[in-house]
Write a protein of this length. Structure first.
Length: 257
């Protein structure tokens, strides 16, 4: 006997490989960001970009609350800066260029707010009739230490994939009273800091060494980094993630296109 079709569709946030390799049955996607997180290559990968004997690295998110709460993080956070700001990733101004040097500037974790940390990504809408299939697909794909969570995803723009979003679905979007931003509560897979595959905190230099030499069933770790960095840049021409781009510089990946 087949399972009943869910009455509601599902949103899924992509901040890593889901950006450049979307799940099946996506109706449309939103580009936007998460507040209060950093994106880091601090999740060990033994099933995609590495092996059990030689794990690679893939990205996960670390929340500001975890940065403040757990003593495995030191008092300072290494961030990779936008020109003339203290933020690692944001919308750059027209004509702003990326410095060739790596700007690693520390911040006292205790003084950071959620507004200081931003991760750009996408949110995919899955129609009700495809929810069960996509959940099962993602549970297998994200099985190496990832668990599901619900977080607010702030919207920058909307892109149709299979069909135009229905008015009823878009009318369900919430709006922040202070900023006017539209957002959704969306499902996301995160390798939290207490999962066994978490390897942070790790210096960007040490991470780069692992990425440069790792390979798994899904391909090289370098390919993952390049695909992700290009995909984040492709979300909007103003978006830059300087942590990702500095990793590319350390590994001597050719200029991004």
């Amino acid at each position: 006997m087949s399972s009943p079709v869910p009455q509601q569709g599902m949103w899924i946030i992509g901040y890593g490989s889901l950006i450049f390799k979307p799940p099946p049955h996506v109706s449309f996607k939103l580009t936007g960001y998460l507040k209060g997180f950093i994106r880091r290559f601090w999740q060990s990968s033994n099933d995609h970009r590495g092996t059990p004997k030689s794990p690679g690295r893939v990205v996960t998110l670390v929340s500001l609350s975890d940065l403040k709460r757990y003593d495995k993080f030191h008092s300072d956070l290494h961030m990779y800066e936008l020109s003339k700001t203290h933020q690692e990733t944001d919308l750059s101004q027209e004509g702003e260029t990326t410095s060739s040097e790596i700007l690693d500037i520390t911040h006292h974790i205790s003084q950071l707010t959620e507004e200081d940390l931003k991760v750009w990504g996408v949110a995919y809408y899955i129609a009700p009739e495809n929810v069960q299939y996509v959940k099962e697909y993602l549970d297998i794909r994200e099985q190496n230490g990832y668990s599901t969570h619900l977080v607010p995803f702030h919207i920058l723009n909307i892109e149709s994939v299979e069909s135009s979003p229905s008015t009823s679905i878009m009318n369900e979007l919430s709006q922040d009273e202070k900023t006017g931003d539209y957002y959704i509560e969306s499902m996301i897979y995160i390798g939290t800091i207490d999962n066994e595959a978490f390897v942070g905190p790790e210096s960007i230099e040490d991470t780069a060494k692992v990425i440069k030499t790792s390979q798994g069933p899904s391909g090289t770790n370098v390919e993952y980094l390049q695909l992700l960095t290009n995909a984040v840049r492709g979300l909007d021409p103003r978006i830059h993630d300087y942590y990702l781009e500095d990793l590319c510089k350390l590994i001597d990946i050719p200029s991004l296109t």
